[in-house]
Design a protein around this ligand. Structure first.
Ligand code: COA
Length: 215
């Protein structure tokens, strides 16, 4: 490949001499954060952008491959939510001296795992709330607060994030979700780049249909 170099998903700094863009997967230490190959972050410390993520809750942040996560993005996990179904939301159990044990998880407002698909672009300073699912190929505008699930290949933005538009027509979205280019080998993806980066979408549609038919 280019200059004899092969893309290496285990290389933390994939741009020589530039340490503020990292491939996330090789930096992860927390077993409840699972990140796919080639997903990158526009800063040098990804785990600090995942907040209120406590082992006793056990919720997971699962991010697919080839996601583009800008600097300032925050993933808020379930530990952030106080007991809003009790008359006081004060978390007595985390402070020393008060007579309260950690409440059972059934008493906590647990929204489940946060799941981000593949090839998702999350704009600068966006915040993703607990339990949100963002589909493959979605785009989240900068400064958004994502409170609800976002469908694949959908652009959403704002606080709360609302759908701006679908990126492509239903036919092309279906083809992309069948193609799943992110699951192919590095060599296959490299060969697909001319199609993946062509904005003549009618031509792309035909080429992807042919690829899928000939599989
Ligand atoms: C969302 C984004 C990709 C633009 O998408 P687009 O489809 O071209 O959107 P447009 O600019 O045509 O705007 C469409 C509407 O969405 C609104 N909008 C766009 N971005 C928005 C944002 N971040 N928050 C709130 N509203 C936003 C526009 O005001 C417009 O509203 P209107 O229809 O009421 O006039 C872009 O605005 C963005 O946020 N990019 C992220 C950049 C970034 O963070 N880069 C970091 C380096 S990786």
């Amino acid at each position: 490949m280019k200059n004899g170099k092969v893309p290496n998903p285990n290389n933390i700094n994939p741009i020589s001499g530039f340490n503020n863009i990292i491939y996330v997967k090789p930096t992860i230490k927390n077993p409840n954060i699972i990140v796919g190959d080639f997903t990158y972050f526009g800063d040098d410390d990804f785990e600090s952008s995942v907040t209120h993520h406590y082992d006793f809750i056990g919720d997971k942040l699962i991010i697919g491959k080839f996601c583009q996560i800008a600097s300032g993005v925050k993933f808020i996990m379930n530990g952030a939510n106080h007991q809003i179904n009790a008359v006081s939301a004060y978390p007595f159990y985390i402070f020393e001296g008060w007579d309260q044990e950690t409440p059972s998880l059934s008493k906590m407002p647990i929204k489940g795992d946060t799941i981000i698909g593949n090839d998702v672009w999350i704009g600068q300073n966006a915040t993703i709330l607990p339990g949100v699912h963002i589909g493959d190929g979605a785009i989240i505008g900068l400064n958004s607060v994502v409170t609800k699930n976002i469908e694949p290949y959908t652009i959403a933005a704002g606080n709360p994030a609302k759908v701006i538009r679908k990126r492509f027509d239903d036919e092309l979205i279906k083809l992309m979700l069948k193609l799943k280019w992110w699951d192919k080998s590095i060599k296959e993806i490299n060969d697909l780049i001319p199609i993946l980066t062509d904005n003549n979408l009618e031509k792309v549609k035909k080429e992807i249909s042919t690829l899928i038919e000939n599989k």
